[in-house]
Design a protein around this ligand. Structure first.
Ligand SMILES: Cc1ncc(COP(=O)(O)O)c(C=O)c1O
Length: 380
């Protein structure tokens, strides 16, 4: 029996991967059995099939399956020759991996603040941050909303540098007709289990239209061994960053569902938007003109963030703060020297943001329950 005051739909998690697994269990079991039966554990036919399907989905020629999204970023930077002495412009309003990858190739992250509407890299500030050392602009499609890639590409073209998309949170996001992963020189994806398209372990991918870059990435992910030619000859120092066969199999089963799952996320976001419009001081996520947000997270902003989170926790609703600090204010990036106040939009957002539960299997009455409880908090 439900606790008085707490709905029968509670507890409400941020995400429920077991519900999703239940809808595809049979196909997953068959795909996994096939990998085990054929011993295609590392790369192999299932990874190749997924790479081809995901490249088609993104509208590019190549997808290179790798070990995770962080390695996707590192390999791409390496393959583009980014290294010591180079600068990469990125956002401090992101998961640590974005800047970590820049540092791991020996380059320096140059943080530029986000715009206030979608919390993505602000093109108006990027131009002023470019120096003769800038090699790449690395925007993040945060929460599943595409960064202003058109403006960023124009700046990059003027300076003859590359744009690499950190599309880890944005499988299927679009700007106009262009899908995330097809908008820059390369797109880097995480297929971490909780992502809109998630594996059953760590996995990642790099999408690109550039034949030479794809070949170089395939070499780098496999210890620098050339694709053609004798085995155990090394063209350059590489990595062990291969996608494993079981992850390729899982992703191959899940990919055909991605559009439907993203559409359901968008329906839930729309329902939240209707139920929460004008409630308290809430700022709801917005969609830029021509953008297709895929709501990896549904993140609101309020002056009463901590109180709201505590209240929702009390009625069985999980929430998350992603992220409590912009990267420049974390210890790892103190060496950059951007103190408090350097990136005010990111800093303010980190104090105000709260992500509400959203996942494709979430039922309407669960969405309504969350929205009702948010309204109840602001009516107190
Ligand atoms: C924006 C962003 N970039 C990169 C990554 C790194 O991906 P992975 O965890 O697969 O290494 C993530 C993962 O959450 C992410 O959210």
């Amino acid at each position: 029996m439900a606790t008085p005051g707490v709905s029968a739909v509670a507890p409400v998690p941020m995400n429920d991967l077991s519900m999703q697994h239940a809808t595809i269990r049979k196909d997953i079991d068959e795909a996994i059995a096939d990998v085990i039966g054929s011993c295609g554990f590392i790369l192999g036919p299932r990874v190749k099939a997924f790479e081809e399907a995901y490249a088609r989905y993104c509208g590019v020629k190549h997808c290179v399956g790798v070990s995770n999204g962080t390695d996707a970023l590192i390999l791409t930077l390496r393959a583009l020759g980014v290294g010591p002495g180079d600068e990469v412009i990125t956002t401090p309003y992101t998961f640590g991996a974005t800047a970590e990858a820049i540092c791991h190739v020996g380059a320096r992250p140059v943080f530029v603040d986000v715009e206030d509407h979608h919390l993505c890299l602000d093109p108006a500030l990027v131009a002023a941050a470019i120096t003769e050392r800038t090699k790449v602009i690395l925007p993040v499609h945060i929460y599943g909303h595409p960064a202003d890639i058109i403006a960023l590409r124009q700046i990059a073209e003027r300076h003859d540098i590359d744009v690499i998309e950190d599309a880890a949170q944005a499988q299927g996001a679009r700007q106009g007709q262009a899908t995330a992963g097809s908008m820059g020189r390369a797109g880097c994806f995480s297929f971490y289990p909780g992502k809109n398209l998630g594996a059953y372990g760590d996995a990642g991918g790099i999408t690109t239209d550039d034949d030479a870059l794809a070949t170089h990435l395939r070499t780098l992910r496999n210890h620098g061994m050339p694709l053609a030619g004798p085995k155990f000859h090394y063209d350059e120092l590489g990595y062990n960053n291969r996608m494993d066969g079981l992850q390729g199999a899982v992703l191959g089963v899940k990919l055909p569902h991605l559009e439907g799952w993203n559409e359901r996320r968008r329906q839930i976001a729309q329902r939240y938007a209707e139920l929460l419009a004008g409630v308290g001081d809430l700022r709801l996520p917005a969609e830029a003109i021509g953008a297709r947000h895929v709501y990896h997270l549904y993140t609101v902003r309020t002056q009463q963030r901590d109180g709201l989170a505590e209240f929702l926790h009390g009625v069985g609703i999980s929430t998350a703060v992603m992220y409590p600090l912009p990267l420049h204010l974390t210890d790892a990036y103190a060496f950059i020297g951007d103190g408090e106040g350097a990136h005010p939009v990111s800093e303010e957002a980190c104090r105000r943001i709260l992500s509400l539960p959203i996942f494709p299997e979430m039922a309407d009455d669960t969405v309504d329950y969350v929205a009702d409880q948010v309204c109840a908090f602001f009516a107190l």
